[in-house]
Design a protein around this ligand. Sequence first.
Ligand code: NAP
Length: 291
Amino acid sequence: MKRITVIGAGNVGKVLGSALKAKGYPLVAAFCRTAPSRQTAARVLQCPVYDDMAQAARVGDIVFITTPDRVIQEVCENIAAAGGFHSGQLVLHTSGAHSSEVLAAAREQGARVLSFHPLQTFPGLEVGLQSLPGTFFTVEGDEAGFAAAAELVTTFAGKMLHIPTEMKPLYHAAACVACNYLVSLMDVALKMYAVMNISAASAMEALSPLIQGTLRNIASLGPQQALTGPITRGDVSTISCHLENMRQQCPELLPLYSELGLYTVELALRKGTLGEKEAKEINQLLGGQVK
Ligand SMILES: NC(=O)c1ccc[n+]([C@@H]2O[C@H](COP(=O)([O-])OP(=O)(O)OC[C@H]3O[C@@H](n4cnc5c(N)ncnc54)[C@H](OP(=O)(O)O)[C@@H]3O)[C@@H](O)[C@H]2O)c1
């Protein structure tokens, strides 16, 4: 089995390293910058932990660079400058935002390079390991590395998605909308409940079944058919009442409410449940262009 090196044993590095080790891959090296991180990595990964990244990279057949996005290129170039890459190696990073091009320095030394992005969120080790099965891994870069990437994905019980290199930023922006903006939207809802002195915990408990049900509907029906609520029904007076009350009680949230409302009008028109007349009226209330 291919020997694995993890450069930057943070959240993702520890999850992927642990998962591969559990499946029998020899985890031959991890690199961390700081002493406390090295101690944690040694305890969690049970492998040799280096304070020299080129040495750590040199002993691996598959080298994961799981540092923050902003330093992947610099880390790769530093390893290359110290002679840490060689032909026969596969070098991967797990950033959603960057393409494999940030690993050009490794390619110049004969290694194959890929971006290998888990379309998943890893806030910690245990929860990360639990969420690996079924996760999509978006792969882009040197085709010669695709077979090895597919093997890794199978080991994680995941699924593979290929995208063209030039589409990587748009792909990542979409993932941020689906994950991060969903979190922000929930925060907005909790803020609105806080105006009524409902605690975040109680509001979350009350909203959870609604959120879970909505997610299930989106997954099974798609967003268009999953859409319900006053905009789909053309309830103009309800929207007007929301706006009037929000203007008094949480005016700072009105721009976001209105912008998303305008998008929802478009979606409801596509669904076919909202009439043109009501759509115009709601658009006008929300401050959009009346077509
Ligand atoms: N977490 C997620 O949910 C998630 C999901 C998908 C993809 N990703 C991607 O996975 C990658 C890693 O994310 P993460 O959340 O695992 O990050 P993280 O927990 O912050 O871990 C980053 C690791 O990189 C090391 N590091 C930081 N700066 C460095 C530098 N200048 N040189 C060398 N090593 C450095 C850190 O070492 P020290 O501990 O010693 O500082 C740490 O071990 C990123 O590209 C991210 O976009 C993350």
